[in-house]
Design a protein around this ligand. Structure first.
Ligand code: URA
Length: 232
């Protein structure tokens, strides 16, 4: 594997950041400072250090699931089917969903064993955008759409952060938010006197749901998609 890719996979920064780190001499391979990002290493046996800290290779895996309705975003549940049960059995060990979608919500769910990346993507400070397609009960007025854009009271300490609201059809809205309060989208529409009838997440950070996946189907992310996530 290339040295810069290895460092990215070990969560030491985006591809361009790790290239800079390497060029600045922060990285050694088997005791020698290496300043060429394209240097090939044997990730299982070479000893790589970053700023003096040895890095042990752990293979991270990343799946995109088009979550269907009726399954829960958990690793275990006593009654309902979980999102993990939708992945092939031999691939499930150590994996967990990044955040939650409600049982009746569909769409993009990331499943991984990369705890650090998951933590970053879910951190409220990172403001990672999520885009939802929202089917609503009645048409939004201009005033209601503006209230959603500016922030509404959903019973938390603060109003919701500014959101992007696009009216796609009379009863179909694309909503972009970066917060992730419990039932947030449903509570936002309730706050303006409406009701969410269907909910589907189509984007998470810079990662877009692959529309070729029907509900219940999953696939591994491509290398480019993993990089996009690291940059999200
Ligand atoms: N907001 C909701 O209300 N439900 C979800 O599943 C995700 C966001």
């Amino acid at each position: 594997m290339r040295l810069d890719k290895f460092l990215c996979e070990m969560n030491k920064g985006s591809r361009s950041q790790v290239k800079d780190h390497i060029r600045q001499g922060f990285v050694t391979v088997n005791g020698a400072v290496i300043k060429t990002p394209e240097q090939k290493i044997k990730e299982d046996s070479d000893l790589v250090t970053f700023r003096g800290e040895p890095l042990t290779f752990q293979k991270f895996v990343y799946y995109m699931l088009n979550k269907p309705q009726g399954v829960v975003s958990a690793t275990k549940d006593n009654t309902a089917r979980t999102v993990l049960e939708l992945l092939p059995e031999e691939k499930r060990t150590g994996l967990f969903p990044v955040g939650r979608l409600d049982k009746d919500t569909e769409g993009l769910l990331l499943i991984t064993n990369d705890g650090q990346l998951a933590h970053r993507l879910l951190s409220p400070k990172k403001h990672v955008d999520k885009v939802y397609l929202v089917g609503i009960k009645k048409a939004l007025t201009v005033e209601e759409a503006d209230r959603l854009r500016q922030g509404v009271d959903i019973g938390e300490k603060k109003l919701t952060a500014p959101a992007k609201v696009e009216i796609l059809e009379e009863l179909q809205i694309a909503l972009t938010i970066h917060e992730g309060q419990f039932h947030q989208v449903k509570r936002m529409f309730k706050a303006v006197g409406n009701e969410v009838l269907t909910l589907k997440r189509i984007r998470f950070g810079r990662l877009q749901l692959d529309e070729k996946l029907s509900p219940g189907q999953s696939r591994e992310l491509t290398e480019e998609e993993v990089e996009l996530l690291h940059e999200s």
